[in-house]
Design a binder for this molecule. Structure first.
Ligand SMILES: [Zn+2]
Length: 355
């Protein structure tokens, strides 16, 4: 079934993990044999050929670069200008993938419909995967004016925060409001019709953002707090508000967000019984609150700085997302609802925003 994945850090893998995503996952992992600089070496699950194999023809792909103040222990750049430059390198990689015929940017209604038709009718093995450009964490926008520049090269969604304190909003494990600068960012996003990604906003910033933004809102990769209690996850109140705002929430496949009591670097997917069905538990919770299946999709976050050591045990590569329709059927979901989950809800959202 045609599948949309609303959150993949593709260029980060290319440039920071030095992965050639035009290769198979097996080749990428073989090349990492013996490397120990990152915990997920040799455990990659994502590459462009695997996306094609899984019929994942459209993805939301990120630019991501954090700014860290001297007292911030998280990894990141020491100035916003450096962070901006990093995102421009990431953009250059997406552009190179376009030139190579591996990917194609989707940034409005016309390119969306054109891509969907081409994906369906193109029978050649190496058709380009569509991508919508999103910014995870807005730190790299040196000034608000940089957002217009980013819009011009195709940026269509922004998550103002990532982990920790940010320049425009406070993120996961941080606390506090967005403040004047954050609200200014939201205003500019509204003007440019840029989608607000509510993922990673801490509770204070989440509610402030929704109060001050009247444009389109989605949550590209977010699970639920009722199942795994952590500030990274949405409370039922937050989910209800997102439903009211016609949002779509993408289920993530990072093990610690899927099953309770996961200990990073120690727990393993098999013994924690972390499998693809666990994501369905989270998505089903959202459906119960909504009373329908109109507000969920997939935002896997696969290879978002973790690999097979920290993702569902029944997933070897991202192509295994194609196992999901059967699992939803087993849960009693109708075919029509499964189509919405695998692609229809994201498409409805995008067609509304880009009408
Ligand atoms: Zn994330």
């Amino acid at each position: 079934m045609f599948t949309i994945d609303a959150h993949l850090d593709l260029s980060m893998n290319a440039l920071e993990w030095n992965r050639d995503l035009t290769k198979t996952v097996a080749d990428i992992n073989k090349r990492e044999n013996g490397l120990t600089d990152k915990p997920d070496r040799g455990k990659a699950t994502v590459s462009i050929p695997e996306l094609r194999k899984g019929n994942i023809g459209l993805v939301v792909a990120t630019q991501i670069a954090r700014y860290v103040a001297p007292d911030n222990p998280l990894p990141g750049w020491h100035s916003p200008e450096q962070a901006w430059a990093q995102t421009q390198g990431q953009l250059a990689w997406y552009n190179a993938m376009e030139e190579a015929g591996e990917m194609v940017q989707v940034n409005n209604r016309e390119t969306l419909e054109k891509h969907l038709t081409a994906w369906e009718s193109d029978s050649k093995a190496e058709k380009p995967v569509g991508y919508i450009l999103s910014l995870e964490g807005a730190d790299s926008l040196v000034t608000i004016r940089h957002l217009e520049k980013a819009y011009a090269y195709g940026l269509r969604a922004v998550g103002p925060a990532h982990y920790g304190p940010g320049r425009y909003a406070q993120g996961t494990d941080a606390a506090g409001f967005m403040g004047a600068k954050g609200k200014e960012l939201l205003k500019e996003m509204e003007r440019l019709n840029i989608i607000l990604d509510a993922t990673h906003l801490c509770d204070d910033s989440f509610w402030e953002a929704l109060d001050h933004f009247s444009g389109p809102v989605w949550a590209s990769h977010n699970n639920v707090r009722a199942i795994v209690n952590h500030n990274r996850q949405f409370s039922d109140e937050q989910i209800k508000e997102l439903i009211k705002r016609s949002a779509v929430i993408g289920g993530a496949l990072d093990a610690w967000m899927m099953v309770p009591d996961w200990i990073r670097g120690q727990s393993d997917p098999q013994s924690m019984n972390c499998n693809l069905e666990k994501m369905i538990d989270h998505l089903d919770h959202i459906c119960q609150l909504a009373g329908n299946a109109d507000h969920i999709g997939i935002g896997s976050d696969l290879d978002g700085a973790f690999g097979r050591e920290q993702c569902p045990c029944d997933l070897e590569t991202i192509a295994d997302l194609r196992k999901l329709p059967v699992l939803f059927t087993k849960r009693g979901y109708a075919k029509n609802d499964i189509e919405k989950i695998m692609h229809g809800n994201w498409l409805r959202f995008l067609r509304r925003v880009w009408n």
